[in-house]
Design a protein. Sequence first.
Length: 313
Amino acid sequence: MNWLRSLMMPAPGSSYATEVDNLYMLIFWINVFFFVLIAALLSYFVWRYRRRRPDEVTPHISHNFKLEVVWSVIPLIIVVVIFFLGFQSYMNARIGPGEALEIQVRGKRWVWEFEYPDGMRTLNEIYIPVNRPVRFIMSSEDVIHSFFVPSFRVKMDVLPNRYTDLWFHPTEEGVHTLLCAEYCGRGHSDMLGQIHVVSEAKFREWQEQGDERTRAMPLAELGRMLYESRGCVTCHSLDGSRREGPSFKGIYGETHAMRDGSAVAVDENYLRESILVPQAKIRSGYEAIMPTYQGLLREREIAALVEFIKAQK
């Protein structure tokens, strides 16, 4: 019945996902059984006890003790069994192994920031090794978010001023989609991320050198990918339309007024500073809401974003 499971849920990517799916399918087939049983009995009783003559008198039946016991006790047993199976699954999801790889997660409108134990930080994209438990320790810098990975069957609210956590054990290499499942403002639907599950060797290589896909990319092409994956697309348009931040269309080479009354020419240095220290110069008419990308981007990635912005005519 894997085909039926695949119609309802994405392919499982963690050990916990299989456990959740098994419980879900158990409840599903119990529901199917009782739906068919009740529908069949209802149809039979409608036909069997139909009124046959206009003067027919229906006998008075107050109750049936045996039937009442059966339809009360059997559902009670089923519900209790489901409760204990669900409680066991919940405890397995909440209590992880002590040797898990711990990664800090910070949610902020409208990006996910990850920080590894060695201090490396990434945005909206993370690499983890296969067959190794991972624990996320999460907090929010602004409003309530919700960390949801459908293929892992894990979801946890991410709250300001406190920590929440979740863990999983990835069992298959591949790319898994990360969503925010708590409405957090205009860019909520764009608060997406990717979790790359790779072999231990590729994970260590990525930590040392970065993603092999991007190393051979031209700068402008890499910049477009970063624009879409690092949250820039949420606040900066490419068609001149106004969003929370200035549009990138035709911005390079222009001179713009700042909130402090000064005028700044948009060149490579200004773009670099705006990425790393966005509060240094705030363009007139806009709020100072952009987070810093200091420590979140490698030098080549910064250069790629600059080249991408320059290419927007």
